[in-house]
Design a protein around this ligand. Structure first.
Ligand code: FPP
Length: 215
């Protein structure tokens, strides 16, 4: 969800105003994802490297997440959305952890859309943790690593604000992902932008290392 800061700076506003607008975009895009038939949507809300940001910005982001959980969980459940989180929890505040656990429990039965929020997330750390578990069990395979990561393969990776980096995100899971780079900042990303990304995705031929289907 890149570009919150630039969106705000372009309007002469503080970066936190951009994050607030970014949280509004999350609400809109989650609704659009359900309508556009997406099964799983994973949003990168806070990377493990984002702790390097000024404390006030980090606290503003955590406050927005608490607000999102406080205000949206009932609506998500009503709309058949299952909400879960990936990433570390031991560095989050106990209040936020309790809210996350409660939201996951409340929405567990949702089948229309699985919304996953990556929070204090580092794909490299997740892979190291899974590798450690494989070593303990002495079971080493692609399937086992995928099972331990508990994270499906990604079909489409969308990056906003013109960024063209992966930034420690779902590194194992994006092995055959298609990439879409949207020029707009995240607060301006909406249902139409999502539809454009999906149209681009559908126009591609995914060969997974094979040859074109007609050959
Ligand atoms: C990246 O843009 C954005 C973030 C690190 C935070 C994303 C968080 C939210 C959208 C709000 C809370 C989330 C939820 C799920 C309610 P940036 O700050 O790096 O912007 P820049 O690239 O323009 O500096």
């Amino acid at each position: 969800m890149d570009g919150n800061g630039r969106w705000a700076q372009g309007r002469g506003l503080p970066r936190t105003a951009g994050h607030r607008a970014g949280a509004d975009a999350v609400r809109r895009v989650v609704e659009a994802a359900g309508e556009q038939g997406i099964d799983v949507l994973t949003l990168y809300a806070f990377s493990s490297d984002n702790w390097r940001r000024p404390a006030a910005e980090v606290e503003a982001l955590m406050r927005l997440l608490r607000g999102y959980l406080r205000n949206e969980v009932d609506k998500l459940r009503g709309n058949g959305v299952r909400l879960s989180f990936i990433g570390r929890r031991d560095r989050l505040s106990p209040v936020l952890v309790r809210m996350i656990e409660s939201a996951e429990e409340t929405t567990r039965a949702g089948r229309k859309l699985h919304l996953r929020i990556a929070l204090d997330y580092s794909s490299r750390d997740a892979i190291v943790a899974a590798a450690r578990a494989m070593a303990e069990a002495q079971v080493f395979s692609r399937q086992e690593l995928s099972r331990l990561l508990d994270s499906p393969d990604v079909d489409l990776l969308i990056r906003t604000s013109g960024e063209q980096r992966v930034s420690d995100y779902l590194l194992w899971e994006i092995a055959y992902a298609e990439f879409h780079f949207a020029a707009c900042h995240w607060p301006d990303f909406d249902g139409a932008e999502l539809a454009a990304a999906l149209a681009s995705y559908r126009s591609r031929e995914r060969r997974f290392g094979g040859i074109p289907a007609a050959v």
